[in-house]
Write a protein that binds this ligand. Structure first.
Ligand code: IPE
Ligand code: IPE
Ligand code: MG
Length: 256
């Protein structure tokens, strides 16, 4: 299945691949669980850190592709609230890669009108990461292109707990009353406040679980899985996912 485009003559030119999808029905919000870096490295007898490094290359390509396709929001799950359980060296190398990525890519992303946003509790990240993330956001927040959400120390349950706490405080301070609590209000307390829910969640590497990603937001998201490890994930795979997405019928509980 995944070779559909790779084997197709249409793969010859970028524009031709894009011709296979309906440009009037591009998902507004794509969320990706970037998984399989470790297995990619293991297959090559390389240290896991090199798998993560290879994964950064994929980020670069996929961000560019999403921006060119006119995707409005791209949320990348980069570090979960559970990933702190990993060996310290691995956590450190991920944090280092984050800083390198932001430093190296800032100019091009900014030139391409991308807003570099983050979701998750970044206060637990090393200071240097927080600074790069805040600077990247502050210097790009007035751009008008793709919103790139880097999910860092992000957990869906953590996000909901934070929302409960903030709401409780607002109830106590009488900024809120019980009757005003509804879906729209809860959304305002999430990291993704003001953003549309993801239309599609992509998970490479063969795993078929959410791993605590966007629990509230993915109520009606389409899931798309593939066995490709993230460092091998190509623009053609993204196009394939969008192509498949466009064939699905989203009913939101209604009947057709
Ligand atoms: C995803 O790749 C990157 C992070 C979770 C930070 P993994 O490191 O989870 O790769 P696998 O699952 O071990 O192959
Ligand atoms: C999910 O991947 C988190 C990120 C991609 C950042 P994991 O590799 O941590 O998830 P599990 O442990 O396989 O569920
Ligand atoms: Mg994994």
């Amino acid at each position: 299945m995944r070779n559909f485009f790779l084997n197709s003559k249409k793969v010859a030119k970028d524009n031709d691949i894009v011709n296979d999808i309906d440009m009037s029905n591009i998902p507004k919000h794509i969320a990706i669980i970037m998984d399989g870096n470790g297995r990619w490295a293991k297959e090559r007898k390389l240290p896991r850190a090199l798998g993560h490094k290879a994964g950064v290359e994929t980020i670069r390509n996929i961000v560019k592709a999403c921006n060119n396709l006119g995707v409005h929001y791209l949320t990348l799950y980069a570090f979960s609230t559970e990933n702190w359980k990993r060996p310290k060296e691995e956590v450190n190398s991920l944090m280092k890669l984050l800083v390198e990525y932001l430093k190296k890519e800032f100019e091009e992303l900014n030139d391409n009108n991308v807003i570099i946003n983050h979701i998750g509790d970044i206060s637990k990240l090393p200071d240097v990461c927080q600074k790069e993330l805040n600077d990247a956001y502050n210097n790009t927040k007035n751009n008008t292109g793709l919103v790139l959400n880097l999910a860092l120390n992000y957990g869906g349950r953590d996000e909901i707990i934070k929302a409960f706490k903030d709401m409780y405080e607002d109830l106590q301070n009488r900024k809120l009353n019980k009757d005003s609590i509804n879906s729209e209000l809860i959304e305002k307390y999430l990291y993704t406040a003001g953003m549309p829910d993801p239309d599609i969640i992509i998970r490479p590497s063969g795993e078929q679980r959410l791993s605590n990603f966007l629990l509230w937001q993915c109520a009606y998201s389409e899931f798309w899985y593939s066995n490709i490890n993230w460092p091998d994930f190509k623009k053609e795979d993204l196009i394939r996912a969008i192509y498949d997405y466009q064939k699905r019928e989203r009913r939101f509980g209604d009947v057709k």
